[in-house]
Design a protein around this ligand. Structure first.
Ligand code: BES
Ligand code: ZN
Ligand code: ZN
Length: 485
């Protein structure tokens, strides 16, 4: 369960507390005795990141933070310290815990709390018994006290709620989360957050001639779904919407070009892009960001069934382009392409797609950066870069030169869905570019979106890569529009 966050005017002396210290100075309000204080200061001076004091009736955790907040790494260090403390906190079985600060930068409480909440996540739905390490619990209430704004608490609540939601979706196996089920969860999410959702069923997808989505779906016994999420506040600041597109492959076997070895291991999470887009719409709607945002999610599994699409097939896409299938495992770009083409009806200001698209992106950047390719105005990229540093979901750009486009030429159709062995992430991006004339930012989260082990509070399997990044981007765009008005 996700802990509840509440703002309180002051901590009481009996409360167990985490205090973030900007200097090697301990406030009186913590009511530590002389011995405890001396011990704590000694530890902090020796360079310890945190000190734990178990008094008879309460626990005190002291966390040291640098005061150089102009360096975004300071903020990240605090989130990581929160992750490192999670086991100790659990071992103390608190029902509630207070978090405060002393001499620390403004925002330290929020950053630490964010790291802590994201570290507390567990996917327990299918456990019938408690796991060994689950006998003790994380606190279910976090009381924040100090220089914290209500709006910042709301933002923290909604974005972490969104991450939990996205992580739940990524963890769900395909024997539960079919394309139709994903669509129904998105519909429920829309109702609870206040954005509208329309789901196009197989008949509508056929009527729209979304050849990419239909081709990938042919090997499946379950129908595809195409979800349209819309947040259109009355006083939106943008005339034309921002469209977010998320890859919704609920399972990627590779199709007839079946994945071998261990490559299928995490492929229930090949809808991480869809989970991220759903989460961003949730946070944006809950917080009431005055920006018109549309989310498009093409969803299906990719399987080698009786009527599966084959290597060599030629498909006619939603925008009428023909595509020769060079590999059925390059399915993500086919479903995204139809969504990109469909997005034209909105005449968007900007399109951002998020997808676990290529092994190549993961090979290039590992889990350290989201691969970005773009033809959009640089002002968006600078802002995205800034947001990436702030929330520490960093982006790294790959070239998007037209020469790379040569690599996906086909002998018999307009284009092919694979390039050669080289520059795989870039040729995938180049493929997508054929399906829209609107400015595009393509985010490949194959390296960051599905993790084999915890990367601190970015927990293993599905950390919900790109969610905090894009939610923050939307929030920062608001300020940008307002400045121009
Ligand atoms: N979903 C995979 C990409 C992927 C790989 C995501 C590893 C996360 C971790 C995608 O559909 C895929 O299979 N891509 C192929 C494309 C190739 C056949 C051109 C790849 O990258 O190997
Ligand atoms: Zn694939
Ligand atoms: Zn895939």
């Amino acid at each position: 369960m996700k802990p509840e966050i509440k703002l309180i005017p002051a901590i009481s002396p009996e409360q167990s507390v985490i205090c973030i210290l900007g200097k090697e100075r301990i406030p009186e309000s913590l009511r530590l005795n002389k011995t405890e204080k001396e011990y704590a200061l000694k530890q902090l001076r020796a360079g310890e990141e945190y000190v734990f004091i178990n008094s008879y009736f309460k626990c005190t955790y002291l966390v040291k933070v640098k005061d150089d907040v102009s360096n975004y790494k300071t903020r990240e260090e605090l989130r990581k310290t929160a992750f490192k403390l999670r086991k100790l906190i659990r071992s103390n079985d608190h029902t509630e815990l207070a978090i405060t600060s002393w001499d620390a930068y403004k925002g330290a409480i929020e950053d630490f709390t964010e790291g802590l909440i994201l570290s507390f996540y567990r996917f327990n739905k299918y456990r019938t018994k408690e796991a060994e390490d689950e006998k003790k619990n994380y606190p279910s209430k976090l009381f924040l006290s100090g220089d914290v704004d209500k709006a910042d608490i709301d933002w923290l609540t909604y974005t972490t709620d969104a991450v939990y939601l996205a992580r739940d979706l990524i963890h769900e196996p395909v024997n539960y989360l079919t394309a139709a089920k994903l669509a129904s969860v998105i519909q429920k999410t829309g109702k609870s957050a206040g954005f509208s959702v329309e789901v196009l069923n197989k008949g509508k997808i056929e009527a729209l001639k979304m050849g990419g989505l239909l081709a990938v779906n042919r090997g499946s016994v379950d129908p595809p779904a195409f979800c349209i999420l819309e947040w259109h506040p009355e006083k939106s600041l943008n005339k034309k919407p921002i469209v977010l597109i998320g890859k919704g492959i609920v399972y990627d076997t590779g199709g007839l070009n079946l994945k071998t070895g261990d490559y299928m291991a995490m492929m229930k999470g090949d809808m991480a892009g869809a989970a991220t887009v759903t989460g961003v719409l949730y946070a944006v709607a809950k917080y009431g960001i005055p920006i018109h945002v549309i989310g498009l999610i093409p969803a299906t599994d990719n399987r080698p069934g009786g009527n599966a699409y084959t290597q060599g097939d030629v498909i006619t896409m939603h925008n009428k382009l023909t595509v020769e299938v060079g590999n059925t495992d390059a399915e993500g770009r086919l479903v995204l392409a139809d969504a990109l083409s469909y997005a034209s009806k909105y005449q968007p200001e900007l399109i951002i797609d998020v997808a676990t698209l290529t092994g190549s992106a993961a090979v290039t950047f590992s889990n350290q950066a989201i691969a970005l390719m773009t033809n959009a105005d640089r002002k968006y990229i600078s802002l995205l870069e800034e947001c990436g540093n702030m929330v520490y979901e960093r982006i790294a750009e790959l070239p998007f030169w037209e020469e790379y486009g040569e690599m996906i030429k086909s002998d018999i159709a307009d284009i092919r869905n694979i390039g050669g062995h080289e520059a795989g992430a870039i040729t995938a991006g180049k493929f997508l570019e054929h399906f829209t004339k609107y400015p595009l930012i393509h985010l490949d989260i194959a390296g960051t979106g599905l993790l084999k082990k915890d990367d601190f509070y970015r927990l293993k399997l599905g950390p919900a890569s790109g969610l905090r990044l894009l939610a923050t981007f939307m929030k920062m765009l608001t300020a940008d529009y307002k400045r121009k008005k």
